[in-house]
Design a protein around this ligand. Structure first.
Ligand code: ADP
Ligand code: MG
Length: 317
């Protein structure tokens, strides 16, 4: 277990008495009657860690909500309500107007109501709690993958990570790829329609926030199986695809994080239905490998197994 997950396990995980699904998944589940469960999750964005303090406030407002809606998508819940706890160094009307516009643009697009929160003075810090609904028994948990399931990924991976590396001046993205990568980093699209549609197709699901290997690793650990994936089958923009031999490119695709795409497993019998769903949603869904009994997550490239140095982002790694 990585340090971050170790500390959550050691200090904050204990048995619960009135909860259907507690710590360990993308959202918790509680029964609220009417055959429905409430799905709840929270994600915090800290200046200097998750975003540049002088970054665009509209994009920050969008992203604060989007990354939370992404956790609803990951469990297959319909996002409905959010609360916003925000610490601000001072009152800046221009900043607040843009931030709230971005937040509500996302709320409007995904039909989420902002219903409360908390406001204090302090170093810029944004903490959103999201709540959604799902019929009892329909949630797609991390623990549901079976041996010999297909492993799927939505959209493209690695663009957001590449955008970040560019902003850190560690690389220089040329041409059309630059706006694509910066948009992926700043304005992620939560795959809510996909998550809801996968309720009856996927055996497990997670949203990729910390990198494919780390997040798929959570599915494998919870489901007690291993997997092999093929690097050349992982969807990414041409700019990255042309450069797959490069260790930095491999890292962006496999471990970069901030993609907010869904990684899910499904029985092979669902293959045609999933391909059709991708067509209906206008969202590419790519088959990247399969689960297996043999433990561990193995990444193949040109028929050889890659040795991976970093699996993804850990706040205390
Ligand atoms: P995600 O990436 O989907 O936001 P994580 O993988 O980071 O979720 O978190 C793993 C699990 O640990 C989640 O179920 C989350 O709710 C829980 N968790 C994280 N931090 C804490 C905490 N301080 N106290 C209780 N639960 C926590
Ligand atoms: Mg998540």
């Amino acid at each position: 277990m990585t340090p971050e997950f170790n500390l959550i396990h050691q200090f904050f995980t204990r048995p619960t008495a009135q909860t259907d699904l507690s710590i360990g998944d993308d959202a918790a589940l509680i029964s609220v009657g009417n055959g429905m469960q409430l799905a709840i999750s929270t994600d915090m964005l800290v200046a200097g860690t998750h975003f540049f303090a002088d970054g665009d406030p509209y994009q920050l407002g969008w992203k604060s909500l989007a990354v939370n809606i992404s956790d609803m998508a990951a469990i297959g819940a319909q996002a409905k309500w959010a609360t916003l706890a925000i610490a601000l160094p001072d009152i800046n009307d221009t900043w607040l107007a843009a931030f709230s516009q971005g937040f509500f643009a996302c709320a409007d697009q995904f039909d989420v109501d902002l219903i409360g929160g908390d406001t204090t003075r302090g170093p810029l810090n944004i903490s959103v709690q999201i709540m959604g609904e799902i019929p009892i028994g329909k949630a797609i948990q991390r623990s549901g993958a079976k041996v010999d399931d297909d492993i799927w990924v939505s959209g493209n991976l690695g663009s957001a990570a590449l955008g970040l590396v560019h902003l850190q001046n560690k690389t220089h993205i040329l041409g059309n790829a630059l706006p694509v990568c910066l948009n992926a980093l700043h304005m992620p699209t939560p795959r809510l329609g996909l998550g809801v549609a996968l309720r009856d197709m996927a055996s497990s699901c997670i949203d990729i926030s910390d990198g494919l290997l780390a997040d798929l690793g959570h599915i494998l650990q919870a489901s007690n199986c291993g997997a092999t994936i093929l690097l050349e089958h992982i969807p990414c923009i041409d700019y990255l695809k042309q450069d797959l031999q490069n260790a930095r490119t491999q890292h962006a695709i496999l471990a970069g994080g901030d993609d907010y795409e869904l990684c899910f497993t499904a029985p092979k019998t669902k293959r045609a239905a999933i391909q059709m769903l991708g067509n209906q949603l206008g969202l590419p869904l790519s088959l990247i490998g399969e689960t297996q009994e043999k433990s561990g997550l193995h990444v193949m490239h040109n028929n050889q197994e890659l040795t991976i140095s970093s699996k993804g982002f850990d706040h205390f790694g």
